[in-house]
Ligand binder design. Structure first.
Ligand SMILES: Nc1ncnc2c1ncn2[C@@H]1O[C@H](COP(=O)(O)OP(=O)(O)O)[C@@H](O)[C@H]1O
Ligand SMILES: Nc1ncnc2c1ncn2[C@H]1C[C@H](O)[C@@H](COP(=O)(O)O)O1
Length: 230
């Protein structure tokens, strides 16, 4: 079905055609799968991460401290280009992972683990802040945060089978999981909808995604009303 045929579901729940919906959550939780399912249901475009042609990701997993800064700069540049693309289209996007996770989770984790120097971390943070202050960076209308048990998520990482992730020690995923948990508890940059991965089934029960759309629509409506009235 084309994006435009599906826009009736967006209209049914009153989601503005220029909305930007970001999907967050730790590696393997199901963001990319959910991003495509949701975009299909709403008739929105997708904004996805560069994994297959990423020149640093494999090297990063082999040596975090050697390639950590390079990878963060690469992802920042990619997300900025995507941000500009979404801005140029005037919204209507579902985005796979927010830029807030790069800075608030990954870059910070590298720094706190001693895998990024203080100077590099400061340079990265200043670059991020300068980018966020441009007109291309309105906050998304909502962050749909996917969560589940650590064991279920690790099973998904194994099932997906990216070699570089399979050989990464479980401590890395455990640290990331804990950081996501604390990060989302204090996240305030835009409205949040927390969704447990057991609440929906994109393959066998598409109507479960519709109920998430209904809940997200309400948050978007309230978020916009609050933003535009203040
Ligand atoms: N709702 C779901 N039910 C079962 N498996 C899923 C579901 N969503 C994703 N998966 C599987 O879990 C793995 C990770 O999903 P993916 O969307 O790539 O996660 P992320 O983008 O968060 O890293 C993939 O193998 C995918 O097929
Ligand atoms: N900012 C990041 N730093 C380190 N690693 C990152 C960052 N953003 C994404 N990644 C990694 C994690 C995964 O191996 C791939 C794709 O992410 P996914 O959560 O599977 O969509 O890139």
């Amino acid at each position: 079905m084309s994006r435009f045929q599906n826009s009736t579901l967006r209209e049914k729940y009153g989601i503005p055609s220029n909305a930007v919906i970001t999907i967050g959550g730790t590696v393997g939780v199901g963001k990319s799968t959910f991003t495509h399912a949701l975009a299909d249901q709403l008739g929105f475009r997708v904004s996805v991460e560069k994994v297959d042609n990423n020149p640093y990701l494999g090297r990063y997993y082999n040596d975090l401290s050697r390639w950590g800064f390079h990878l963060q700069i690469f992802f920042l540049a990619e997300r900025f280009k995507e941000q500009k693309r979404m801005f140029d289209y005037g919204g209507g996007f579902v985005q796979d992972r927010s830029i807030y996770e790069d800075t608030g989770i990954f870059a910070r984790m590298l720094y706190e683990q001693g895998n990024m120097t203080e100077e590099d971390y400061r340079t990265y943070t200043e670059l991020f802040e300068a980018m966020v202050m441009t007109p291309y960076f309105p906050h998304p209308d909502i962050l749909i945060y996917l969560e589940g048990s650590f064991d279920d998520i690790i099973d998904r990482v194994k099932e997906r089978g990216r070699p570089m992730e399979q050989q990464t020690p479980v401590d890395y995923w455990q640290d990331l999981f804990g950081r996501y948990d604390s990060w989302i508890a204090s996240f305030t940059s835009c409205p949040i909808l927390r969704v447990n991965i057991n609440e929906y089934d994109v393959v066998d029960d598409p109507s479960s995604v519709e109920s998430i759309i209904a809940r997200a629509a309400e948050k978007i409506r309230i978020g916009r009303a609050t933003r535009f009235s203040s």
